[in-house]
Write a new protein. Structure first.
Length: 185
């Protein structure tokens, strides 16, 4: 493939219009992928495609073999930068209150769906706060074991080794702590 592309490049660089057109067609998929990846606007599709063709024609003139880069890689880079620059220069502020479609009563905000139930999140936060406040009724050792077991997810044997106490002692302290928490809550 590189051989054919290099031959076309040489002819196109020498002024052969047919070779330029053939190169443009060979690199059309590259233009389309660069457009889709960096700046795709369906309403400007034809203009963006034409710009890609112009970038390739300019690339034929500007390509320098002495730099050790292959021609297709050079084209890919300049196309990507072209569409990235276009994106950077054409950023528009979009308001969630902007009307969409022909019916101006529907806004972008109306189309957004939220999977978050605010009431449920509030209740969950309150329960978490209540649980943390309940930990205050525990002794320091009970609190430490509950946190190691439920928050840090350590096994009872790991807690026993970490605290230097027996396996059975960890179980007893954990059971006592849970009973205290049940009574408090």
């Amino acid at each position: 493939m590189y051989k054919k592309v290099n031959e076309l490049y040489e002819k196109a660089n020498g002024g052969d219009e047919f070779a330029k057109e053939e190169l443009i067609e060979k690199f059309r998929p590259l233009i389309l992928s660069s457009m889709k990846r960096y700046y795709f606007n369906n309403q400007e599709f034809e203009d963006l495609l034409q710009e890609g063709f112009e970038v390739i024609i300019k690339g034929i003139k500007d390509f320098d073999k002495k730099k050790g880069v292959k021609f297709p890689g050079y084209l890919k880079t300049i196309l990507n930068f072209h569409y990235l620059n276009k994106l950077r220069n054409n950023k528009q502020m979009i308001s969630l209150n902007m009307p969409i479609g022909e019916d101006e009563s529907i806004t972008l905000l109306d189309t957004l769906e939220s999977e978050i139930d605010i009431e449920e999140e509030y209740i969950k936060d309150e329960e978490t706060n209540e649980l943390y406040n309940s930990l205050e009724v525990l002794t320091q050792r009970q609190k430490e074991i509950i946190i190691l077991f439920y928050v840090e997810r350590l096994k009872i044997s790991e807690i026993a080794v970490k605290l230097g106490i027996s396996y059975r002692t960890v179980i007893n302290i954990k059971v006592q702590a849970i009973e205290k928490l049940r009574k408090t809550l």
